[in-house]
Design a binder for this molecule. Structure first.
Ligand SMILES: NC(=O)c1ccc[n+]([C@@H]2O[C@H](COP(=O)([O-])OP(=O)(O)OC[C@H]3O[C@@H](n4cnc5c(N)ncnc54)[C@H](OP(=O)(O)O)[C@@H]3O)[C@@H](O)[C@H]2O)c1
Length: 325
């Protein structure tokens, strides 16, 4: 099979298309012929070995590889057609349209991918294309975990989403709205209309306004891009308000521990790993039209380097999709 392979950490150009042995499914695996995958900020971080904070910077070489990448094929999610199933697989059959999140195992930038039946693997709804389906999980799994599980957002709460046009942001706006919140998004001028169309009741154009000014108060501030800090946002929070940090450094870990003990305003964050139940839930929301995929751009697999460049720009809107012929 063809796969996008890299053998040294670095810029997008370290990735190239190569022939690799086909993966062999175990008894519990589903073999997927991939039609679409994504390049995400996780692929950028792993490929370039760029980690957000000293703590991660120190452990990155151990986790990702000291001299070269431990996992030669990037990619955390894919959608396609089941080619073959292991002897003990009961829920999927050849020909099924499926989506899988390979998460930290990666390997999705390939023509064939194996996924455990019990892992984050489910059916793609009939009204979604592979491109649309695959654009959803990376951002939405994080947004769901942060808003539903960490912050426990409830009806009528006021939620500020910073970085509202990124992969996590576009999902966060829609999911917060779905949880009944009054959502304010922060993004740049070109993306204001999009963020409003996703359900934000108010949008702050970060190029012309400062979200810290203006006197509004929120129950939840979700910073998807590390654009601000708890210290800067304290005055924006209600007395029991929560600052959700998607990017966490030593400061945020300290604040998470301290604010838990002290009570009052809380800082929360988590490293999110995919769950099957959440993937199923997200696909059902998308099927019902409650969660819209936002696709920044699409590239064929042979242009994987361009797809990485687009992600590295830090300017993508939603997801960068890679089609696999
Ligand atoms: N905790 C976890 O488990 C976890 C999981 C996944 C990802 N992450 C991290 O989450 C971060 C965001 O990921 P993503 O994929 O959503 O990012 P993304 O899609 O690359 O976000 C891009 C958008 O962010 C906005 N932006 C850029 N700089 C900004 C700034 N200074 N202030 C406000 N907005 C800014 C831009 O929109 P505008 O120009 O419209 O403002 C841009 O279009 C990544 O660093 C990733 O590593 C964490």
């Amino acid at each position: 099979m063809k796969a996008a392979v890299y053998s040294t950490f670095g810029p997008p150009e370290v990735v190239r298309i190569q022939e690799r042995p086909d993966p062999i499914p175990t008894e519990q695996d589903v073999l997927i012929r991939v039609h679409a995958t994504t390049v995400t900020t996780a692929d950028w971080r792993v490929r370039a070995r760029v980690m957000p904070a000293p703590i991660f910077t120190l452990i990155a070489p151990l986790v990702l590889g000291l001299r070269g990448p431990r996992k030669p094929v990037l990619g955390t999610e894919c959608a396609g057609v089941v080619e073959r199933v292991g002897a003990r697989v009961t829920a999927f059959r050849p020909g099924d349209r499926v989506i899988a999140v390979t998460d930290f195992r990666m390997g999705a930038h390939a023509e064939l991918v194996c996924a455990r039946e019990g892992s984050a693997l489910t059916t793609v709804p009939a009204n979604l294309s592979f491109d649309q389906a695959v654009a959803i999980p990376f951002g939405a799994l994080v947004a769901l975990r942060y808003l539903r599980d960490l912050a426990r957002v409830t009806e009528g709460q006021r939620v500020l989403v910073i970085g509202a046009s990124g992969a996590i942001g576009v999902a966060a706006v829609q999911l917060a709205r779905r949880l009944g919140a009054h959502v304010t998004g922060v993004c740049s001028t070109a993306n204001v209309a999009l963020v409003r169309s996703l359900g934000a009741a108010a949008v702050i154009d970060r190029l012309t306004e400062d979200f810290r000014q203006g006197g509004a108060v929120y129950d939840v501030v979700l910073d998807t891009v590390g654009a601000t800090s708890f210290a800067e946002c304290k005055n924006l929070l209600t007395p029991s308000g929560q600052f959700l940090a998607v990017l966490m450094g030593l400061t945020e870990f300290g604040q998470m521990a301290w604010t838990r003990l002290a009570g009052g305003r809380r800082v929360r964050g988590a490293i999110v790993s995919a769950s099957k139940a959440d993937l199923v839930h997200l696909m059902s929301l998308a099927e019902a039209g409650h969660l819209k995929p936002v696709i920044d751009s699409m590239y064929p697999l042979r242009q994987i380097v361009e797809a990485h460049r687009r992600v590295d720009s830090g300017r993508k809107v939603g997801s960068v999709v890679v089609t696999v012929p």
